[in-house]
Design a protein around this ligand. Structure first.
Ligand code: ATP
Ligand code: MG
Length: 696
């Protein structure tokens, strides 16, 4: 397992007996250490199923699984390679009953949570609900429950939000549901409060590896500590210069605390960057230079100077997009990039993608928007799918809960709570419980009647779905169904923004057309379960619905240009990268506060602004270091602000790349020597100063 690893990487891979931290800059092979170490651990006799490797996104997990498979072979499939959240799901499915959670609990996504909060807080305004969501999420990440949040509330507003949180938590329990933060918070509670569960997991996991450690939050760190226990067999890899999730509660304290909490921690530093040319790496090092250093690091590349980093200016966004497209085309024409997948366009915020999409489409260049919302993730499509899932599988409690409340049919959470308790007592699914003869004694008559009506409707739907023949039949079934449940009205009632409601309704109609065409055999089954050209009943088509989420994983091999936010680009690399919208106000993104409304570089900076600026700078560093062979950085002379176009300046980070001083070609080894000497001198000075201070 040491082939293709330098000495420092080998040291990290071979050290298996205790806690290990690999701390290094971008592209230095940290993720590679994790994949190789999985192999090394198996080679040393640890069973594959006793290894957990935790990544930051599902995509990163899929990629690591692939890399592990090609390195280790079949054993790789037994290794638990997943995100902290997915690990949380596994722990809760296995042991969540200790916390009162059924194993088939459902997981709410952000839209579901907004809906539930609107309900809990008595508001129809999504923006207000999202503010509550934000505050509650931060509290949960700090490990606070509703009562604790209320006790520490700083003002009335926070107090109100804490009370809404309490009502929200009641609803989660009633619906046997958890939100994303619970996927970390509840496993922590499980490990803290249930020693048997804790011991089981500690015995189960022989080694835990964590990638992108700098972006873990305090709760994740506590989970990690309890999972590894006193033996502390873990490997964390990270880069303090790439910490970009401070706004979501990630804390660099986790890096600071590691050597204190684990005095035997072995720290390995990697110094060679294998990803980028000298020119790109220098621009990256220059940008990150002004940030305070948690740990001094040195990074050099032996890939040669390469092409200089290009700065591209444009009049406005559309012009910038045209120039990006032209650059892609000319790079290909010059034979420097063969495949579309060699190119990435990276930006600060999701909404910036649109003009680039338009320009790429116009030029007929295939692309994908990474991290964008998939059709099947949309709330309205999930609502409809929940009905279909329930029709197919009556035991699907999460689908039951979503269907019965989408739209609301006068069945309140009190009724659902009682139904949940009743179902739990008799070990029935919620749907089975509807038809139990003793339900009438457990719930008021009016509630039972409402539940029965719903149950009968689902049964009736199932009967019809079993007997449709062809697309037209399916279309009638779908149209009747949407009318029966008054779904269009539900969308318009629940959404204050009428335009948004109209878009949602269009999505619904598109979904129905697509389902009908599949019933008629006109569309190949997307999940590859059945072949096209044969008609299917609506029920047969509905049965493949839950397989459709796997489609997104196939995207990986597509030969297309990637459009991605900087956040979603973490850990990835492309031969040719274009950083766009590197314009003051976009990157760094809105820094201003009362003292310095424009957040100007030469204005007074509060501590808060300074910290945000430093995080934006790390984001720029992440962006630059995604590039392997060429990097273009573009900005616009005008940018949108609300509905207006305002004059704009190049980002201060462009100047910080110090490109004009970057023409001298340095010998990397010489540079490394010089940097080491510089650090050694700084360290000696610090020691001398400390000694002098001690003596006086
Ligand atoms: P990031 O900080 O962006 O997450 P990283 O430190 O995780 O980067 P990797 O993605 O592991 O870096 O490696 C960057 C690139 O360098 C990859 O293409 C990887 O295959 C290559 N690489 C890493 N180590 C070596 C090595 N010892 N020899 C050759 N190539 C290497
Ligand atoms: Mg990495």
């Amino acid at each position: 397992m040491s082939a293709g690893l330098n000495l420092a990487q080998q040291e990290a891979v071979n050290y298996m007996q205790g806690p290990c931290l690999v701390l290094a800059g971008a592209g230095s092979g940290k993720t590679r250490v994790i994949t190789h170490k999985i192999g090394r651990l198996i080679q040393a006799g640890l069973e594959a199923r006793r290894i957990a490797a935790i990544t930051f996104t599902n995509k990163a997990a899929a990629e690591m699984r692939e890399r592990a498979r090609s390195l280790i072979g079949r054993d790789a499939k037994d290794v638990l390679i997943c995100t902290f959240h997915a690990l949380g799901v596994r722990m809760l499915r296995q042991d969540g009953e200790a916390l009162g959670l059924k194993p088939q609990f459902s997981i709410l996504d952000s839209d579901d949570v907004t809906g539930l909060l609107k309900d809990a807080g008595g508001s129809t305004d999504a923006a207000t609900a999202r503010q509550w969501q934000w505050a509650i999420s931060l509290w949960k990440n700090m490990g606070l429950n509703a009562a604790q949040a209320e006790a520490q509330a700083k003002d009335d507003n926070e107090k109100v939000t804490a009370r809404i949180m309490a009502r929200y938590e009641e609803r989660l329990a009633a619906y046997q549901s958890v939100d994303f933060d619970d996927l970390i918070g509840l496993p922590l509670k499980l490990l803290q409060q249930h020693p048997a569960v804790r011991e089981k997991w500690q015995a189960q996991l022989g080694h835990v590896l964590v990638d992108e450690y700098q972006d873990t939050n305090a709760t994740q760190y506590e989970v990690l500590k309890l999972l590894v226990g006193a033996r502390a067999r873990f490997t964390a890899v990270g880069d303090d210069d790439q910490s970009i999730y401070g706004w979501r509660g990630a804390t660099l304290d986790n890096l600071r605390r590691l050597p204190l909490d684990f005095p035997s921690l072995k720290v390995v530093k990697l110094e060679q960057n294998y990803r980028s040319t000298g020119a790109i790496l220098r621009a990256a090092n220059n940008v990150i230079g002004p940030n305070p250093k948690l740990f001094p690091k040195v990074l050099f590349s032996e890939l040669g100077e390469g092409e200089p980093v290009r700065i591209v200016d444009a009049d406005h966004e559309a012009h910038e997009a045209e120039r990006a497209v032209a650059r892609i085309q000319s790079t290909r024409a010059n034979g420097l990039g063969k495949d579309w997948k060699d190119f990435a366009v990276l930006y600060r915020a999701n909404h910036q993608a649109r003009v680039f999409e338009q320009a790429l489409r116009k030029a007929q260049i295939p692309y994908k928007v990474s991290g964008g919302q998939s059709f099947f993730d949309r709330a309205e499509i999930k609502d409809l799918c929940s009905w279909l899932r329930l029709v197919v599988n009556n035991d699907d409690d999460p689908a039951f809960l979503r269907a019965i409340t989408s739209p609301k049919r006068g069945i309140g959470h009190q009724t659902l709570t009682s139904l949940g308790v009743f179902a739990g007592k008799y070990k029935l699914s919620l749907f089975e419980a509807l038809f139990s003869s003793s339900l009438a004694s457990a719930l008021p008559g009016r509630s039972v009647a409402g539940l029965h009506e719903f149950g009968r409707y689902v049964n009736d739907f199932e009967f019809k779905a079993r007997h449709t023949s062809g697309a037209d039949d399916a279309k009638v079934l779908l149209t009747d169904w949407l009318k029966d449940i008054a779904y269009e009205k539900h969308l318009y009632d629940g959404e204050e923004n009428e335009k948004l409601a109209a878009t949602r309704w269009t999505n619904v109609l598109e979904f129905c057309d697509w389902m009908a065409l599949r019933c008629g055999g006109q569309i190949d089954d997307a999940a590859g379960v059945t072949t096209s050209s044969e008609t299917k009943t609506f029920l047969q088509v509905a049965q493949t619905i839950s397989l459709l989420s796997t489609i997104s994983e196939r995207e990986q091999d597509q030969n297309v240009v990637t459009l991605s936010t900087l956040h979603a680009s973490k850990g990835l690399e492309w031969p040719h990268v274009m950083l766009v919208g590197v314009t003051e106000g976009l990157l760094p993104f809105k820094l201003g506060d009362d003292n310095n409304p424009a957040g100007r570089a030469d204005g007074p900076m509060s501590e808060g602004i300074l910290q945000r600026l430093q995080e934006e700078r790390r984001l720029m560093y992440v962006g630059i270091t995604r590039a392997q062979r060429s990097l273009a950085v573009s900005w616009t002379r005008k940018r949108k602000k609300g509905r207006e176009m305002i004059a704009a300046q190049p980002s201060r980070f462009i100047a910080e790349m110090s490109l004009e001083t970057a023409t001298t070609k340095e010998n990397p080894r010489e540079k490394l020597k010089a940097l080491r000497a510089e650090f050694a001198k700084k360290a000696a000075d610090t020691v001398a100063a400390a000694a002098a201070a001690g003596a006086s």
